[in-house]
Structure formats: structure tokens, C-alpha cells
Design a protein around this ligand. Structure first.
Ligand code: HEC
Length: 127
């Protein structure tokens, strides 16, 4: 088979697989499946970073997790569990509501909180 023919076949296959994903639009929105024992940092990357930032300093969709507002005395671990399970109404900032995080297990919640607390301790709170 000549190289051009191979290129055409590859291109067609790529188009078909794109069409397959995009047809119902659901695949694009479905959460990335996470291993039950995924590390806290991985859970954070997959479930929190899109709004709270890969560096924890927030995005235009959510506040910094290094804000002094989130120190444990003000937002204890229970507040974290509740925000993850039930979402949080906008009250501290102007980013809108936090949605409940779907498809996350209790173990993943505990590990993501441990990860955020470790980072808060390691990097310190800001303002
Ligand atoms: C779709 C965006 C989005 C995602 C994803 C998201 N958050 Fe949030 N989160 C927000 C916004 C917006 C607020 C601020 C609500 C407010 O005004 O106080 C918030 C607030 C919080 C709060 C404070 C809740 C309270 O009681 O004040 C915690 C804790 C939190 N997020 C943790 C997390 C963790 C952990 C994850 C990942 C498991 C996560 N968030 C994923 C948008 C998001």
C-alpha cells in the first residue's frame, strides 16, 4: 500500500471516530472515569482543577483554594465534603454556584481533601 493511501485511511478513521463521539454530545460531558484508589492529586486534577485551577489559585469559574477563606477553622473538612456532595450556593464570591460533583466516591473525597489540606499547609494561605 502506498503512503498516500495509508494517509487517507488514517484520516477517514479519525473522522469516523470523531463523528462517533460527537453524535450524542454526551461523551464530551461525561466525567473521566477515575480509579477508586486514584490519588488525591489526580482526583483534584480531574474533578476540581477546571474551576479551582491546576495551581489551586482559582480560575474565572471558581475561587482559589489558597484563599484564607478556606483555612480549616473557617471551612472545615465537613464543608468540603458537603460542597463536593451537594454543591455550594454562591455566597463568598461572584463565580456562581458550585455544582455537586458527580461520580466521586467517599475514598476519593477523603483523598482530595487531604491533598488540598497538604497543599494549603505547604504553600500557605494568601490574603
Ligand atoms: C464547575 C466549577 C467547580 C468545580 C468543578 C468545583 N468547584 Fe468548588 N466551588 C466553585 C465555586 C464557584 C465556588 C464558590 C461558591 C461561593 O461563592 O462561595 C466553590 C466553592 C468551593 C468550596 C467552599 C464551599 C463553601 O461552603 O463555601 C469548597 C470547599 C470547594 N469549592 C471545593 C471543591 C473541590 C474539592 C472540588 C473538586 C472535588 C471542587 N470544589 C470542584 C466551583 C467549582
Amino acid at each position: 500500500m502506498n503512503p498516500q493511501r495509508v494517509a487517507v485511511i488514517v484520516a477517514v478513521a479519525a473522522l469516523l471516530s470523531l463523528a462517533g463521539c460527537g453524535s450524542d454530545g454526551v461523551d464530551d460531558l461525561a466525567p473521566v472515569p477515575l480509579a477508586e484508589d486514584a490519588a488525591g492529586a489526580t482526583v483534584y486534577e480531574e474533578r476540581c482543577a477546571s474551576c479551582h485551577g491546576t495551581d489551586l489559585r482559582g480560575t474565572d469559574k471558581g475561587p482559589s483554594q489558597l484563599s484564607i477563606v478556606y483555612e480549616p477553622g473557617h471551612h472545615g473538612d465537613d464543608a468540603y465534603v458537603s460542597a463536593i456532595r451537594n454543591g455550594a450556593q454562591q455566597h463568598h464570591w461572584g463565580f456562581g454556584d458550585m455544582p455537586a460533583i458527580e461520580g466521586i466516591t467517599d475514598g476519593q473525597i477523603q483523598r482530595v481533601i487531604t491533598y488540598i489540606r497538604d497543599e494549603q499547609r505547604r504553600r500557605g494561605f494568601e490574603q
